[in-house]
Design a protein around this ligand. Sequence first.
Ligand code: HEM
Ligand SMILES: [Ca+2]
Ligand SMILES: [Ca+2]
Length: 311
Amino acid sequence: KRRPRQISVNYYAKSCPQVEQLVGSITSQQFKEAPVSAPATIRLFFHDCFVEGCDASILIATQPGSKLLAEKDAEDNKDLRTEGFDTITRAKTLVESKCPGIVSCADILAIAARDFIHLSGGLNYPVKKGRWDGKISMATRVPTNLPHANSTVDQLIKLFSSKGLTIQDLVVLSGAHTIGFAHCKNFLDRIYNYKGTKQADPSIDPRLLKALKMSCPQVGGNADIVAPFDVTTPFVFDHAYYRNLQSKLGLLASDQGLFLDPRTKPIVQSFGEDKAKFFQAFSAAMDKMGSIGIKRGRRHGEKRKVCSMHM
Ligand code: HEM
Ligand SMILES: [Ca+2]
Ligand SMILES: [Ca+2]
């Protein structure tokens, strides 16, 4: 008999009722010790869901000596912080000690991402569970399934639509850039040579431009330097991101583009005005993103014991 491919909030009610508490004890500890665990884990969840669906494929380690790279070793995933992976490893170890063989890595990642949104000031929305872990993790599948810092709004809309996400979902989920940081290389062209003009993008606030140029020299800069997405509240989950876009304070071309394109600009404006509306829409969009490519059963899925290794 085929079980429906759906997930539910009370999926572990009988098999592991304390799963959210267990994950929560790890996420709150991590948040205190290393606050960057919040943006790190939220981004990890996004990069998981967009490649092969929300199935913890992002957590698989490349086999030692193998030429076939796993997703996490793809160029686009090189900058995923270790704090995100560490959080999931710790949570999984604790959950396995109390409920062995029950809870998927994919579900733990979904719960942890929500925890960090809540810990950072966002809503504590309910997380559906019942995802199985995936059997495929290939670096070659990554570049076409993830957006890039210089993606056009048109490309972003097409990519999100290919995942079942709307234009509104694109704008809402980009609001995750209310926390976290980006490396210079992701906006270097934008501040020194926008579209080959040898000039900065005209849609950057001059003071922000000056500050970014100070942190990120055109050549010879330190590759580890990062700049905050939200210059006002980089560690607080709020709706400041949208206000910033209206003041030309977006960091990436893909961020600022949302205020330049007539299809997305009105949505940016409405979230800039209404925090509660953004929070509600963000919870709904995370639920939707968290349902991409769900696997159930042994034919397509597995329940890993260690998140970085297939069964
Ligand atoms: C819409 C297209 C998007 C593009 C082009 C994009 C691109 C990027 C880039 C280039 C970085 C910087 C990485 C680095 O330099 O270390 C980044 C960071 C981040 N992204 Fe996105 N992103 C997008 C959407 C999303 C979505 C949908 C989410 C989550 C729902 C998200 C969450 C984050 C977070 C939290 C960070 C900060 C990570 C950290 O500080 O460790 N992004 N993104
Ligand atoms: Ca995945
Ligand atoms: Ca913020």
